[in-house]
Design a protein around this ligand. Sequence first.
Ligand code: HEC
Length: 137
Amino acid sequence: MNKFVTLMLSAAAFVAAVPVLADDDAAPGGAAPYKVANGNQVDAQTLSGWKTWRALACERCHGAAQEGMVGPSLVNSLKTLTRDQFKQTVLHGRIDKGMPNFDGSKMVVENIDNLYAYLKGRSDGAIQPGRLQEIGK
Ligand code: HEC
């Protein structure tokens, strides 16, 4: 193979690799559970997660920007908490430690994955604190 062809092939390989790298960057360890544009536009599911957060007033204890008050910073927590641990904690609570159980809330039960998606987006720094709207609306 001559030098020119080798160069062209490696250039092609580099271009092909770029989207994969960009993907990894946005979502370490797998696909992100949310879609976001401009920091404050999200997919319908993630928007429902944010609405659930607002409706149940989680910010009373975790802060309006999820950075913690009497409850811990969820921006930090969701860097290590698994989806299952998240669901367990929110649905069953840790009553003795001051985290209420939310399995009596239909909205939380139905939106638990959406709530996780929203908070994961906050934890990743991809979604801004505050008001959100749906992508394309
Ligand atoms: C009355 C105050 C209060 C409210 C309201 C509250 N939390 Fe909590 N939450 C806590 C406390 C305190 C902890 C820490 C428990 C512990 O020490 O293990 C906690 C822990 C958590 C954790 C686990 C964090 C970790 O690092 O393990 C998650 C996730 C969580 N809360 C989510 C929520 C969500 C979502 C809502 C709203 C649906 C909510 N919380 C509402 C007080 C609250």
